[in-house]
Design a protein around this ligand. Structure first.
Ligand SMILES: Cc1cc2nc3c(=O)[nH]c(=O)nc-3n(C[C@H](O)[C@H](O)[C@H](O)COP(=O)(O)OP(=O)(O)OC[C@H]3O[C@@H](n4cnc5c(N)ncnc54)[C@H](O)[C@@H]3O)c2cc1C
Length: 390
């Protein structure tokens, strides 16, 4: 077991950190205030060849692995972006890139992968419905056979960055829920155009992650062409899970970076700020201990995430590690941003200190994309062999 990063890994991490640093915290404050998609930094990430790290070389990627992708996300996040960097990688290289490179047709790969890697195209992923969040298998959006293709009807909620995407990976039932013996049957994945006739979307106002819109989506007789099916008809669930588990690795990397950034800002402030006499507030253990505690937790999540990524890259099972890392990273990043704000007192509440954005953004990940309760359910049932409660 070797815990040292290779020279190549150090170089990748440093490149990502420097790129993030060149945009800086003010860039993110401005984008957040304007609720603008951070397209400038995303384009720079693509131009630097970082978006395609884990995607095939023949389509413009680097054919590295999920481990390298985690390093890139973590460092971009730690240098200013925070957890949003994880989401940017989630929507494009993961939902678009990994799904298409694993399950797409050759034509889809040729058409989409080079555009995703170069930044010419963005994707989004539509799974959640108002009655199917944690209980995903309850989804009711239905794609009915229509000649050689399908007609899609239904609605989705909380879909990230629809307005900035050209393509949507949509998960729908192709067999009604009461026609299947197992709820995992009869689900299919399609890659469709966002601007297609019959597809409408509306923004939801929300607490954080403001640079990426969250939207409700309505499908009214949306025509799906035969060559837009991704993977196996009626057998999309297992294939989707493959994508969702890689999503955990990228999410965790973003949270690890966000936690590191929040702690760094808090320490810098606390070591300067004097309140009573000449002792900086950073000397008070009441402020030190919570930051030290979250630092330790972030480091543990980071190592567990590296293990999940390394196992994915080696073709070994990795979902237990990926879920455990995401659980701890979300809690630790939430606590790191919370304690960072507490450390700064009133200044932590001001947008100019940047911590309030990190705090708003990191909070999301305790219940999305998968909640901590559902991860604990997974650990109890799959890792500990306990009975399922629901
Ligand atoms: C900002 C944002 C962006 C998102 N982006 C996307 C996206 O791009 N695409 C997409 O498809 N979805 C997206 N989602 C949806 C997200 O995946 C869901 O919000 C998440 O899965 C939780 O579902 P829910 O909100 O319906 O909560 P619910 O399922 O209603 O759960 C509510 C609470 O009950 C708990 N709970 C439920 N069942 C159990 C149980 N059996 N045991 C213990 N506790 C339980 C949950 O843990 C949670 O705390 C996004 C959500 C948000 C808020």
């Amino acid at each position: 077991m070797d815990f040292q990063l290779s020279d190549e890994h150090k170089m990748i991490a440093e490149t990502a950190y420097k790129l993030g640093e060149s945009f800086g915290l003010e860039y993110w404050r401005e984008m957040d205030a304007k609720k603008s998609f951070p397209k400038e930094i995303w384009q720079a990430i693509c131009d630097a060849g970082l978006s395609g790290a884990a995607l095939p070389e023949e389509y413009g990627g680097s054919d590295l692995g999920m481990f390298e992708m985690a390093l890139i996300v973590e460092n971009l996040s730690a240098s200013g972006g925070g957890s949003t960097l994880g989401q940017l990688f989630m929507i494009n290289p993961i939902f678009g890139g990994v799904t298409i490179s694993k399950f797409g047709t050759d034509a889809m790969k040729r058409d989409m992968l080079p555009k995703l890697i170069s930044g010419e195209m963005n994707t989004c992923m539509a799974l959640t419905e108002s009655n199917a969040g944690s209980n995903t298998l309850e989804i009711r959006s239905f794609a009915a056979q229509d000649g050689d293709g399908w007609l899609l009807n239904g609605e989705k909620i909380w879909i990230t960055a629809v307005s900035d995407a050209q393509k949507m990976l949509v998960i729908a039932r192709t067999k009604k829920i009461d026609e299947v013996t197992r709820r995992t049957d009869g689900l299919s994945m399609f890659m469709i155009d966002v601007d297609r006739k019959g597809l409408t979307h509306h923004s939801i106002d929300k607490l954080g992650t403001r640079t990426l819109s969250s939207e409700t989506v309505f499908f009214e007789d949306v025509r799906i062409e035969p060559d837009e099916l991704v993977g196996t008809l009626h057998g999309g669930w297992k294939e989707l899970l493959d994508t969702l588990n890689t999503e955990r690795i990228v999410t965790t990397a973003g949270l690890v970076g966000a936690g590191q950034l929040a702690i760094r800002l808090a320490v810098a402030y606390a070591n300067e700020r004097e309140v009573f006499g000449k002792t900086p507030i950073g000397a008070y253990q009441g402020l030190q201990f919570p930051l030290a505690q979250t630092h330790a937790e972030i480091e543990c999540a980071r190592l567990m995430n590296y293990k999940a990524a390394a196992q994915f890259d080696a073709g070994q099972p990795y979902s237990s590690e990926a879920n455990a890392a995401k659980l701890i990273a979300a809690q630790a990043a939430s606590m790191a941003t919370e304690r960072s704000m507490q450390t700064m007192g009133g200044m932590g509440y001001a947008t100019e200190s940047h911590v309030e954005r990190l705090w708003r953004d990191a909070r999301l990940f305790r219940f999305a994309p998968v909640s901590e309760e559902m991860i604990l359910n997974f650990i109890a049932v799959h890792d500990l062999g306990m009975p399922r409660s629901y």
